[in-house]
Design a binder for this molecule. Structure first.
Ligand code: ES4
Ligand code: ZN
Length: 349
C-alpha cells in the first residue's frame, strides 16, 4: 500500500465539497458571536450559549449513524447542514468561510478546487447573491496569491425546491459568471430526478457552463438518476456525476459512464455514515478497475468529524488497498475531470 507521506505530498484537486459544509464549529462560533446571532445545531433545537458546549452538542445530534436508518440519518444531516447557514450573514462571513477552506486544503497540497455553493439556502434567509459572491470572490483571489490554490465555483440548486426557483437563481447569478464554471444539483434526492431540471441545465449548457448532479448513494431511485445524467436524455451531455457509487453494481451503467467519459466524484467518509467497510471497498474498487475516472473528495468535512480531502484519500487507500501508482491515478483522474483550463491542469501533475 501507499504511505501517508506520499498521500500528503501528492498535489491534489478537490471537485466535490460544499463550501457551507466546511463551516467548522470554531468558525461557526466566531461568526455567530460577531453577528450577535443565535447558534443552534438543529432547527428549534436548544440555543448554544457556551463555546465549550458546542462539540458535545454536535456529537449528540450526529450520533452513531449505524443506529439510524438511511432516511433518518439523511434528514438529520440536511437539517443540521442548513441550520449552519444561519451563521453566514454578511460578505465577511462568506469570505472567512471560503478562506478557512482554502487555507485548510492548501496544507494538504490542494492546488485547484471547484467548491459548490447553495445560493437558495442564503437568498431564502434574505441574504443577497451579491453578499455571498463578493465574499467568495475576494477569498478566491487571495487564496490564489497567498496559498497558490486556484478555484472556480459550482452553483448548486437545491433539488427539493422548484425548477422555477433554480431558473430564477441561475439568471440572477449571470453577472458572476466569470467566477462560476459549472452548475450542480444537490440536497434531498428521492423523487427529485435530474430530468425535472432539464430546462435550466439545457440553458446553462448553451451558455457554456459545465454540468454535474448528485446521484447519492443507496437512495431508491439513484440508478435511474445516474442513467439520466449519463445518457443524453436527462440533463444531457453532463461531464460529471457526484457520488454515483451505485453504478458499480450495474455493468451496463459502467459501460455508459466509460463511453461518455463521465468523471465521478466520490466522498468515502460521507458513505461511512450509512454503509460498511465491507460494502464500500469493493464498489470503489470495481469502478476504479473498470477505468471510470473516479476521484476522492470531502463533501461536508465539518459535518463529518472533520474529515477533509486528505482523510478521504487515506480512507480510500485503506478500503481498496491502493498502492502509490493507484494514488497517482486517482490524482490524475481529478485533474482530468476537473474544469480547469488546460494550462492550470498542466501545472498540477
Ligand atoms: C450534501 Cl451529503 C449531501 N448530499 C446531497 N446534497 C448535499 N449538500 C450538501 N451535502
Ligand atoms: Zn455533495
Amino acid at each position: 500500500a501507499s504511505n501517508d507521506k506520499f498521500i500528503q505530498d501528492i498535489p491534489k484537486v478537490e471537485l466535490h465539497v460544499h463550501i457551507e459544509g466546511t463551516l467548522t464549529l470554531d468558525l461557526r462560533w466566531k461568526l455567530t458571536q460577531r453577528n450577535g446571532a443565535t447558534l443552534r445545531l438543529v432547527p428549534n433545537g436548544p440555543e448554544i450559549t457556551a463555546r465549550d458546549d458546542l462539540y458535545a452538542a454536535m456529537d449528540s445530534i450526529m450520533p452513531d449513524a449505524s443506529r439510524m436508518n438511511n432516511e433518518e440519518e439523511r434528514d438529520m444531516f440536511f437539517e443540521s447542514y442548513l441550520e449552519g447557514f444561519n451563521a453566514l450573514q454578511v460578505k465577511e462571513d462568506f469570505y472567512d468561510l471560503a478562506m478557512n477552506y482554502f487555507e485548510t486544503v492548501a496544507a494538504m497540497n490542494v492546488r485547484y478546487c471547484e467548491p459548490f455553493f447553495d445560493p437558495q439556502g442564503h437568498t431564502s434567509r434574505g441574504v443577497q447573491l451579491e453578499t455571498m459572491m463578493e465574499g467568495f470572490r475576494q477569498a478566491q483571489r487571495e487564496a490564489k496569491e497567498k496559498f497558490n490554490v486556484r478555484s472556480q465555483w459550482i452553483m448548486c440548486f437545491l433539488r427539493d425546491l422548484s425548477p422555477a426557483s433554480a431558473m430564477e437563481h441561475y439568471k440572477a447569478a449571470l453577472p458572476y459568471r466569470d467566477m462560476i464554471v459549472g452548475i450542480g444539483l444537490d440536497s434531498c434526492e428521492p423523487g427529485r430526478p435530474p430530468s425535472l431540471f432539464e430546462d435550466v441545465f439545457a440553458l446553462a449548457r448553451r451558455d457554456g457552463f459545465k454540468l454535474t448532479a448528485h446521484c447519492d448513494v443507496d437512495q431508491e431511485d439513484t440508478d435511474d438518476h445516474i442513467l439520466q445524467v449519463a445518457s443524453t436524455m436527462g440533463v444531457g451531455g453532463s461531464d460529471r456525476i457526484d457520488h454515483g457509487l451505485n453504478s458499480a453494481e450495474d455493468p451496463a451503467l459502467i459501460d455508459l459512464l466509460l463511453k461518455r467519459d463521465i468523471g465521478m466524484t466520490l466522498c468515502p467518509w460521507s458513505y461511512m455514515r450509512h454503509t460498511t467497510y465491507a460494502d464500500l471497498g469493493p464498489r470503489i474498487r470495481t469502478l476504479f478497475d473498470a477505468g471510470v475516472k473516479v476521484c476522492m473528495n470531502s463533501d461536508d468535512p465539518a459535518f463529518m468529524e472533520d474529515t477533509w480531502i486528505l482523510h478521504n484519500v487515506l480512507l480510500a487507500r485503506h478500503l481498496c488497498n491502493f498502492n502509490d501508482e493507484d494514488i497517482v491515478v486517482l490524482a490524475k483522474n481529478a485533474v482530468q475531470v476537473s474544469w480547469a483550463d488546460q494550462s492550470v491542469k498542466d501545472a498540477i501533475l
